[in-house]
Write a protein that binds this ligand. Structure first.
Ligand code: AMP
Length: 281
């Protein structure tokens, strides 16, 4: 695996190697890699000639400075995982490579219609930071495919909208969520779940699955209420359980309102914030 820390080195390598002939799949990450990330890389290796991964703890997407400082950075372990998982190129830039002084920091599109719900109000400025960094990384890597996880449903929907609006010649591939045996969505935060709370951590997934079975007999509002109660009763602090249109991310009222419906949830288990989602239709 080739490891680069500067934009110049990376671009030089990609230009020389691909020479416009080889297809590139790109997987941006914050590091602290787990099997969920690796499933994206595995998929990337199946659809393109070259897999490029970035590890960059992007400061502009953290609205909480403490969270940024606390973010795990096990780089040696990550590099070991990547070398054993068919990744061709790792880009690990310092912040000044991603955001050089001469580059004007701009959010390249209006995303307010997609950030006024769910994660948006809870994490002000987060998606603006994500859009900024992904646009910059796409400009640097110019991949044919961008591979992201469904786990962060709102994130991939916003990036998909950016790619459409800016007509970026790159196809977004959204990969299904990788889960533990009991259904808990894999996340870098899971290691922080208190061991006595771990047995109930899959409640979010169970509530999402229950929503699917309830759809035939209940309204969307009723389903959201039952699922929310199921989560709260176990002792989670629920932030939201939303049933939304998969593209606009706005809540739906009737099941017939949309062709693509997703249930999304965020809740605190002790001091760990968990998110998950499931496609209902
Ligand atoms: P992160 O490093 O947390 O920003 O995640 C990098 C990418 O991995 C994002 O596209 C996430 O949606 C994706 N991802 C995170 N957890 C999972 C998971 N459990 N299954 C599949 N993809 C995931």
């Amino acid at each position: 695996m080739h490891v680069f820390t500067t934009v110049h080195q990376l671009k030089k390598f990609l230009n020389k190697l691909s020479n416009g002939q080889k297809s590139v799949a790109f997987v941006p990450t914050l590091g602290a890699l787990h099997a969920g990330h690796l499933s994206l890389m595995h998929h990337a290796s199946q659809i393109a000639d070259l897999v490029v991964v970035s590890i960059f703890v992007n400061p502009t997407q953290f609205n909480d400075l403490k969270d940024l400082e606390k973010y795990p950075r096990p780089l040696a372990q990550d590099i070991h995982l990547l070398t054993t998982n068919r990744v061709d190129v790792l880009f690990v830039p310092p912040a000044e490579e991603v955001y050089p002084k001469e580059l004007k920091l701009v959010v390249p599109i209006d995303i307010s219609h997609l950030t006024n719900v769910m994660e948006g109000p809870n994490r002000p400025g987060h998606f603006e930071g994500v859009v900024m960094v992904v646009k910059r990384l796409l400009d640097i890597v110019t991949p044919n495919y961008l591979v992201m996880g469904q786990k962060d449903y709102q994130q991939q929907a916003i990036i998909g909208s950016m790619i459409d609006q800016l007509k970026i010649p790159c196809k977004l591939i959204t990969h299904p969520t990788e889960r533990d045996k009991d259904g808990l969505a894999l996340s870098s935060r899971n290691v922080r779940i208190d061991s006595h709370l771990r047995p109930i951590a899959n409640t979010l997934y169970l509530a999402l699955q229950r929503s699917i079975t309830l759809m035939t007999s209940k309204t969307a509002a009723e389903v959201a209420k039952i699922a929310s109660e199921m989560i709260s009763e176990k002792g989670f602090q629920l932030e939201y359980f939303s049933i939304v249109d998969g593209n606009t991310l706005q809540p739906i009222k009737q099941w017939e309102d949309s062709e693509k419906i997703v249930a999304c949830v965020a809740a605190w288990l002790g001091d760990v914030r968990l998110i998950d989602n499931i496609r209902l239709k």
